[in-house]
Design a protein around this ligand. Structure first.
Ligand code: EPZ
Length: 416
């Protein structure tokens, strides 16, 4: 199994272009099932994207990936049943449910397994799809969905602005008969990017001033050419690596607005930021100050996905930082590994209290999940001595060329 060998202590410096957003590319790939031929630019080369392409092949699409462009063409001859092995290959494969129902009028998928972040229930997805006319039989861990009277519009309010549930409603409603109003919808930039893709393919999706999403069903979608937005979480990860190593970097091909709740935490920690239209420059202090209290919230609040690498920054900062994780049940899986490096972190449920220490020691560690794994790499880059990071397949799910990008910034990281 490949591992990362990281020698800490080198301040990261230089310029790096950030890849396209994983969490925009995945729902857009699902949406391509509803279209004819779609050309998706700035699509990141990730294992989760490869898993999504495998699912599309099974569903009757052909796909190609050349550099950052993925082309998807619906050729027919697919199946509305996604096999368990493909569903389990990617936690977010549940987003295909709405697209398969939109394409075939029925779907059969296995209940997505939990993941490292907790049970990952889909009750909100199913309740919303039922409102759109989907009959769902949940038995034996398999969801059997049919639409005896076809898909029809509905007025739906989500109990929580779930990103995945919002995406499934958009995918199922864009070809339904009539109007759908989705209230308390997620507002992440990836939702807007999905709407842009669908509208370019002929859908009619609008955003009301109260954040509701209005979808008027259309007869069919054609296809389109679309460029995926930058990955705001990957951007935050590389900024964290520069911040914790006392470095100075410029990120390009990013959208600073998408990080409006995250950048102030870097400034609170003592970093100097200079933002351009599609660049973010960060200059780190010799040692970070406390990050204060970081509470994760649905967008536009502080993103839960940016919390993990910020925790690594706090581990080495002056003073105490407090993290309150309100989105996922257990997003502190990597804390045990950080403590083995000498971090002083106490976790009580969704709260983590971090007493910064002046130095971490390199260690042999195992990644627990995607963002937790990135957080361990960030800590190792600042630690004294050498670290060995195992189970790095978690990192490959969401970061394109992770080690090569860090090497470009001067990090001593090699894949062995
Ligand atoms: C998306 O996950 C992202 N994944 C996650 O990024 C991200 O952390 C999350 O949104 C929140 O921003 C993709 O976009 C592929 P949710 P999703 O539905 O859609 C609970 C990463 O690191 N919930 O907004 O699964 C759920 O358990 C990943 O890139 C229900 O209870 O997130 C969670 O606690 C990790 N019932 C909370 O809501 C439901 O039916 C937020 O979930 C649905 C969700």
């Amino acid at each position: 199994m490949p591992e990362y060998l990281i020698k800490g202590g080198t301040p990261l410096c230089g310029q790096l272009a950030v890849h396209g957003a994983k969490n925009a590319a995945l729902p857009i790939l699902a949406a391509a099932l509803l279209c004819g031929r779609s050309v998706i630019h700035n699509c990141p080369d990730l294992t989760d994207v490869a898993a999504a392409r495998n699912i599309l092949h099974y569903l009757g699409c052909s796909t190609t990936q050349r550099q950052g462009t993925v082309t998807v063409e619906f050729t027919g001859g697919g199946d509305y049943r996604i096999p368990d092995r493909l569903m389990r290959a990617m936690r977010s494969s549940i987003v295909f449910l709405g697209a398969v129902i939109g394409r075939y009028g029925m779907a059969e998928v296995s209940m997505p397994g939990g993941c490292e972040l907790g049970p990952r229930p889909i009750d909100m997805h199913l309740a919303a799809l039922r409102k759109l006319g989907v009959q769902i039989d949940e038995s034996g861990g398999v969801l059997r969905c049919t639409t005896p009277k076809g898909l029809h519009g509905a007025s739906i309010t989500l109990p929580f602005p779930s990103v995945g549930a919002t995406e499934n409603v958009m995918l199922a409603a864009c070809l339904a008969r009539g109007e759908t109003r989705l209230s308390n919808a997620a507002r992440e930039p990836e939702i807007t990017d999905l709407a842009d893709f669908l509208n370019a393919a002929g859908a009619d999706i609008r955003f009301a001033s109260d954040g509701s999403i209005l979808i008027t069903g259309v007869q069919a979608l054609t296809g389109c050419e679309h460029r995926v937005i930058p990955d705001r979480i990957a951007a935050s990860t590389y900024l964290s690596a520069a911040a914790v190593t006392g470095g100075e970097i410029i990120l390009t091909h990013v959208c600073p607005d998408h990080l409006s709740a995250v950048l102030p935490v870097f400034e609170e920690a003592g970093c100097t930021l200079v933002c351009g239209a599609d660049t973010i420059g960060l200059q780190a202090p010799q040692r970070l100050n406390s990050l204060g209290t970081v509470r994760t919230m649905p967008y536009p609040g502080f993103s839960t996905d940016a919390q993990s690498t910020m925790l690594s920054m706090a581990a080495l900062a002056r003073g105490t930082s407090v993290f309150i994780e309100t989105i996922f049940e257990s997003r502190y899986k990597q804390v045990g590994e950080l403590v083995r490096m000498g971090a002083n972190i106490r976790v009580e449920g969704r709260v983590a209290v971090v007493e910064g220490v002046s130095q971490l020691q390199g260690a042999v560690m195992s990644c627990t999940d995607l963002r937790g794994g990135a957080a361990l790499a960030v800590a190792a880059l600042a630690a004294k001595g050498e670290s060995r990071l195992r189970q790095i397949h978690h990192i490959a799910r969401g970061y394109e060329n992770f080690d090569l990008n860090l090497q470009k910034l001067g990090a001593q990281i090699t894949r062995v």
